[in-house]
Structure formats: C-alpha cells, structure tokens
Design a protein around this ligand. Structure first.
Ligand SMILES: Nc1ncnc2c1ncn2[C@@H]1O[C@H](COP(=O)(O)OP(=O)(O)O)[C@@H](O)[C@H]1O
Ligand SMILES: N[C@@H](CCOP(=O)(O)O)C(=O)O
Length: 321
C-alpha cells in the first residue's frame, strides 16, 4: 500500500492546474510501492504519475533525481520525463510535502522473469550506464559497506528476533566486505535499486525503468551486482536461477562489456549487494511501526542470497562459453 496522504478530487485538480497537461479526468491511488504516495492521473491529453515524497528522500536530492530522469529520457533510455510546471519547476510544495508529476510509461512488473526479459533488462542497464556517464549532477551513495554495518549496529541484539542466524552471517562476511571493497572500478550514475518492481516490461521489451530514488555515483559493476541479486533468484532467495542470471549478464555485455577488473570484482560486489538489502530490510523490519501501511520485506531473502554468493564464488559470473 502506498498512498499515505489523502488528496481529494479538488486538491488533485488544483495541483494539476499548475501544469500544462490538460484537464483532470480521473485519478487513482496506486497500491504498489513502499516509500512514496503515487497516483495515476489521467487528463484529456495523456496519463501521468503524481508522486508525493513521504520518507527517506532528502528534498535537497530531488533536483538530482528529477534532472536525471530528464537526462536519461533525452538520451533515449526508457525513463519517464519529469513534467515541469508552468513556472518551469520540476517539483512543487504541497502542504509542506514535495510533489512531482512524471510521465506515465506502459508495462507491467514481472514476478518471475524469463531469461529473455533478464537479457533485455541487462542491456537496458548498460545503456543507462552509458547515458548517465555525462549527467552533470552528482550524489554520493549513502548506503556503502560502512553504512550497512552501522544499520546492523543500530539493530543490535534485536537482529536475533528476525532470525538467529543473521548475526553470524554478518560477523562472517562484513569484515571481508569492509576490507576488500574496491576503490577504483569504473564509475557512473547508477540506479542502485533495479528490482523487478522497478522495471515495466512489455513482453520481452523494457517499457520503463522507474524509481530512481536511490540513484547515486558509484561503480557500474555494483549496479550489475544489485540487479543480478534482485532478478536471478526466487523471491525467498533460496533458489538461484542460472539461466536468468547468465542472460542478465549477457544482456548487459551486449551493450557494455565488463572489464576484467569488473568481472573479477562481481562475486564480492554481489555479496555486498545482498548484504546491503539485508541491512535496510533488517533495519526497516525492526523500526516500522506495527500500524504502518507498508508490508515489511524479509531480510532473510537477501541473507540466503549472501550465502549463495559466498559459496558459489565466480561461477555465476563466468563468461558464457
Ligand atoms: N512513470 C511511471 N509509469 C507507470 N507507472 C509508474 C510510474 N512510476 C511509478 N509507477 C507505478 O507506481 C508504482 C510505485 O512507484 P515507485 O516509484 O516504485 O514507488 P516507491 O518509491 O514508493 O516504491 C510502481 O510499481 C508502478 O506501478
Ligand atoms: N528494493 C528494496 C526496497 C526499496 O523500496 P522501493 O519501493 O523504493 O523500490 C528491497 O526490496 O528491499
């Protein structure tokens, strides 16, 4: 459920009147999503997504995120444009909260991707990395290895209440990630959260890449690792889907071949990606109020991926023969 704020028909019509997008015909709250409130807006001209930023987004970061959408869209990536209001602003203040109007893109999020879809997503990610390389904005990644360690630290002993194995896994893998995290791989602006629910598919084609609110400057190969961890397993993380994982990497390399150093780093980056999502999920698991309208995500789904990557070594990333 992700409509945290009620907006009546008059509020919505008033908001839309600040944009040159036609007259409001209908508006529906969108149930999917976690962080923000979203409405599907239909005017007599087109469809749009209205987003109200509710949590986890620093207002100072909004120009970076919204400008990135415009930059990637102008470069031909399937990314929604930001609609600017009549005064040229990418976002407006509404009752103390920021709102933005974004182009609607067609497509559906898939739960069980096929290898063909994974290949297309890999290629779209590589194109995104090419296109974002000359984006003038910059934002540092605030979820790096030491941030994961700090998030776990803030969970303290309560981690055991999630699963008694979690602390042991962190103790076993966190020091290695902190000590050996790479420093000099190729960087660009990365999506950093390209899960299946952030990709709109039209059959085997990518119709839209959305939800750029973790985007930041970091290693392109880390984004590949995050996407691999998000796409190549069943939801619980218990089963690796080799065909999907290989197709994703092959799709990526069809548009941006990995350097030997990037490929060599992938096993460690993938363990890091799994640790990163275990960390934010564990923190949210323990800190989301019971009456919140959000379904908590299980950190153990990514703890299992971490165990898989630790055991599998470089096998999931070996070049196709
Ligand atoms: N540009 C868009 N075009 C079409 N649907 C969108 C677009 N942006 C968001 N959505 C829909 O809204 C849902 C929630 O958006 P998302 O940005 O993922 O929210 P959150 O940041 O809260 O997770 C998506 O799952 C998708 O159904
Ligand atoms: N992809 C993350 C959750 C991030 O939430 P989003 O709704 O903003 O994509 C996870 O699965 O832990």
């Amino acid at each position: 459920m992700a409509v945290y704020t009620h907006l009546g028909a008059e509020d919505l019509a008033d908001l839309i009147s600040h944009y040159d997008v036609g007259t409001l015909v209908s508006a529906k709250g969108i149930a999917e999503g976690v962080s923000n409130s979203n409405w599907l807006i239909e005017t007599d001209r087109a469809r749009y997504i209205l987003t109200m930023y509710e949590r986890r987004i620093e207002l100072d970061d909004l120009p970076f995120f919204l400008g990135l959408l415009d930059h990637l869209s102008a470069a031909g990536c399937p990314v929604p444009r930001t609609i600017h209001d009549r005064e040229g602003r990418g976002w407006r203040d509404y009752d103390g909260k920021a709102i933005a109007l974004i182009e609607f893109l067609p497509g559906v999020s898939v739960d069980r991707p096929t290898p063909g879809q994974a290949h297309a997503v890999g290629a779209a990610l590589a194109e995104l990395h090419h296109a974002s390389a000359d984006y003038p904005g910059s934002r540092s990644n605030d979820l790096r290895p030491r941030d994961w360690r700090d998030l776990f630290g803030r969970c303290g002993q309560d981690l055991t209440s999630i699963d008694p194995r979690l602390s042991g896994l962190i103790d076993r893998h966190m020091p290695d990630l902190l000590e050996h995290w790479p420093e000099d791989l190729p960087r660009t602006v990365i999506h950093a959260d390209l899960f299946p629910d952030n990709v709109l598919m039209l059959g085997d084609r990518v119709g839209g890449l959305i939800d750029f609110y973790f985007a930041c400057n970091d290693f392109a190969a880390y984004d590949v690792a995050v996407t691999h961890a998000a796409w190549s397993f069943d939801a619980s993380g218990a089963h690796y889907r080799q065909d999907v994982g290989s197709a994703l990497i092959a799709g990526y390399e069809s548009a941006r071949p990995l350097s030997p150093a990037e490929r060599a780093a992938l096993p460690l980056l993938a363990r890091g990606a799994a640790m990163r999502f275990a960390a934010t999920r564990a923190f949210d698991w323990l800190h989301t109020p019971d009456d919140a309208l959000v379904t908590r995500k299980d950190p153990m789904d990514f703890a299992r991926r971490l165990e898989f990557y630790a055991e599998a070594g470089d096998a999931p990333f070996a070049p196709a023969t």
